[in-house]
Design a binder for this molecule. Structure first.
Ligand code: ADP
Ligand code: MG
Length: 323
C-alpha cells in the first residue's frame, strides 16, 4: 500500500519513523578498507561498528546539491528502504546519522560489490556463466516484484545498482540505490526525466508516463547485459544510444540471440517492448520457463522444490538524463 504521507512532489514519501542519530558517526563506527563506490551525490565507504565489530557500508549524502536543499530526497530514500526491510533482495538500512551538511545511511555491507564489471567483462572467465544469470535475475525479480507490490518503481535498475553478497562463485543479489524510486499513484501521471541515460526506457526519453513497467524495460536491458556484455541497441556510437532507444532501435535479429538459449531470448523479448503496457510484469517473468530451465534436470529436483516453496518474505546516482 502507498503510505499516507506522499509529498506534493509526486511519488515521494515525506516522512519516516526511522530514527536519525545526531551523535558523531565516528563515536560508534570507524572506517576500514577502501571506498566501495560513488554515484551522483553519494560516497560509499566500508566501516565497522565499534560495539559489535560488524562491517557495514556508510553511504554519505550531501544535503545541499546544486544549491538546493535535498534533505527531503534523503528522507524519501530512507522511507523506501524502511518499507523494503523485509525483502531479502533489497539492501537493509541499519542506522542513520545527520550533521549540518550531510546524512550518512549505514547499510548492510554487500561484500561482492556491484555487477558492472561482470556485465562489461572482456574475458569469458570474468563474466557470468549462462547458469548464473537466470538464478540472479530471479532474485532481482523478487526484489522488483516486492517494490511493485508496494506501488513503488525503482527507476534506476542497472548493473551499478545490483550488488552481490560474494563475487566468486556469485552469491546472492541485493538491490541498492532507492533514491530515485517513486510511488506510482493510479490517479497521478508521473513524468520525470529520471534514471541513467543509456539504460532509460523509451517512455522516459519520450516524456511519457512512468510506471512499474519502466523497471521491466530495465530488467530486460540488465538480463541482456549479463548474458551478452553489451547494450541491446543497434547504434554505432555511444552518444547515439538515446536515439536508438527512443526510436526503438532494439536489435531483435536472430544473430543477436544466436549464442543464448531460446528461453533466454524469449524472456528478453518479452521485456524490450516499446509500449509499457505490453511488457511482461515481474510476476509474469517469475513464472517464465527460462528461470527454471536449469532447475528441472533430474539431479536438481530438490532445488526446484525449494524454489517453488512460497516464502512470506519473498512473495510477498545516477545522473539526470540529458540526451
Ligand atoms: P548513488 O545514489 O550515488 O548512485 P549508490 O547507492 O548507488 O549511490 O552507491 C554507489 C556505489 O557504491 C554502488 O554502485 C556500489 O558499487 C557501492 N555500494 C553501494 N551500497 C553498497 C553496499 N551496501 N555495500 C557495498 N557496496 C555498496
Ligand atoms: Mg547508484
Amino acid at each position: 500500500m502507498i503510505p499516507k504521507k506522499i509529498s506534493l512532489r509526486p511519488g515521494l514519501a515525506t516522512e519516516t519513523d526511522f530514527p536519525v542519530n545526531a551523535d558523531p558517526f565516528l563515536d560508534k563506527y570507524k572506517f576500514v578498507g577502501t571506498e566501495l563506490g560513488r554515484g551522483r551525490f553519494a560516497v560509499v565507504k566500508q566501516c565497522v561498528e565499534l560495539s559489535s565489530g560488524r562491517t557495514f557500508a556508510a553511504k554519505r549524502l550531501r544535503k545541499r546539491r546544486r544549491g538546493e536543499d535535498c534533505r527531503a530526497d534523503i528522507i524519501h530514500e530512507m522511507a523506501v528502504l524502511e518499507l523494503a526491510r523485509t525483502c531479502p533482495h533489497i539492501v537493509t538500512l541499519h542506522e542513520v546519522f545527520e550533521t549540518s551538511s550531510d546524512m550518512t545511511l549505514i547499510l548492510e555491507y554487500v561484500a561482492g560489490g556491484d555487477i558492472f564489471e561482470q556485465c562489461a567483462a572482456v574475458e569469458d572467465d570474468e563474466a557470468f556463466s549462462a547458469t548464473d544469470v537466470p538464478r540472479l535475475i530471479r532474485q532481482v525479480l523478487l526484489g522488483v516484484a516486492f517494490l511493485h507490490d508496494h506501488a513503488l518503481a525503482h527507476l534506476d535498475l542497472k548493473p551499478e545498482n545490483i550488488l552481490l553478497t560474494q563475487t566468486r562463485p556469485p552469491g546472492d543479489i541485493r538491490i541498492v540505490d532507492l533514491g530515485l524510486a517513486r510511488f506510482i499513484q493510479p490517479d497521478h501521471r508521473l513524468h520525470e526525466m529520471i534514471g541513467t541515460q543509456q539504460y532509460a526506457a523509451p517512455e522516459i526519453l519520450d516524456f511519457e508516463p512512468i510506471s512499474t513497467a519502466t523497471d521491466m524495460w530495465n530488467t530486460g536491458v540488465l538480463t541482456y547485459m549479463m548474458l551478452k556484455r553489451e547494450l541491446p541497441f543497434a547504434v554505432e556510437e555511444d552518444d547515439k544510444v538515446c536515439l536508438g532507444i527512443s526510436q526503438f532501435n532494439v536489435d531483435h535479429s536472430p544473430e543477436t540471440f544466436e549464442d543464448i538459449s531460446s528461453n533466454a531470448a524469449d524472456f528478453i523479448r518479452s521485456l524490450l517492448v516499446k509500449a509499457p503496457q505490453d511488457r511482461a510484469t515481474a510476476e509474469e517473468c517469475l513464472a517464465h520457463p527460462w528461470l527454471f530451465a536449469d532447475l528441472v534436470s533430474p539431479s536438481n529436483q530438490l532445488i526446484l522444490a525449494s524454489a517453488e516453496q512460497p516464502s512470506g518474505e519473498e512473495t510477498d546516482s545516477s545522473e539526470q538524463i540529458s540526451c
